[in-house]
Design a protein around this ligand. Structure first.
Ligand SMILES: [Zn+2]
Length: 159
């Protein structure tokens, strides 16, 4: 380190204020200015901020739903429920009691006013011995009507 005033090499410098500018000087030169006491630089606060940021690492949770066998509620679920209920000789109230639901729930289901929850559907299926789910059919690929034997050559006529 060199004294900023006299340029002498020194191991110890003192910060002094000379004419409104802070310079580092040697012990010999410090009398030329007013000694400035460092305000204690602290970079610890910066480290704390960094640590806080690091600890905030979010744990991203991916919800990978793999449905190998896709099924969905049958479109005619209401009819299936009603039919099965009648076949079993249950009133709506009786069926409701069997699955611990209100009669209005059965009525709504049979009017297609309500889609049963998974839980409710399972109870109905078990009690009535029916299947309310259907496999989703992949859209059937239409067979392209083959114009057999006809080639491009046949379509082009020589004038
Ligand atoms: Zn000096």
């Amino acid at each position: 380190m060199n004294c900023e005033l006299c340029g002498k090499e020194t191991s110890h410098t003192v910060t002094v204020n000379i004419e409104n500018s802070e310079i580092e000087v040697c012990e010999a030169c410090k009398s030329y200015g007013k000694e400035v006491f460092s305000k204690g630089k602290s970079d610890s606060s910066q480290k704390q901020i960094l640590q806080r940021i690091r600890s905030k690492k979010r744990t991203s949770s991916k919800t990978g739903l793999d449905e190998a066998d896709k099924k969905e509620l049958a479109l005619d679920y209401s009819e299936r429920i009603e039919r099965a209920r009648i076949e079993n000789d249950f009133t709506q109230e009786e069926l409701a009691k069997k699955i611990n639901e209100k009669k209005s729930v059965i009525a709504k289901l049979e009017r297609s006013d309500m889609r049963p929850s998974d839980d409710l559907r399972k109870k109905l299926e078990k009690t009535l011995d029916i299947e309310l789910m259907e496999k989703i059919e992949s859209t059937p690929t239409k067979k392209t009507e083959g114009s057999d034997g006809l080639t491009i050559g046949d379509l082009i006529e020589d004038g």
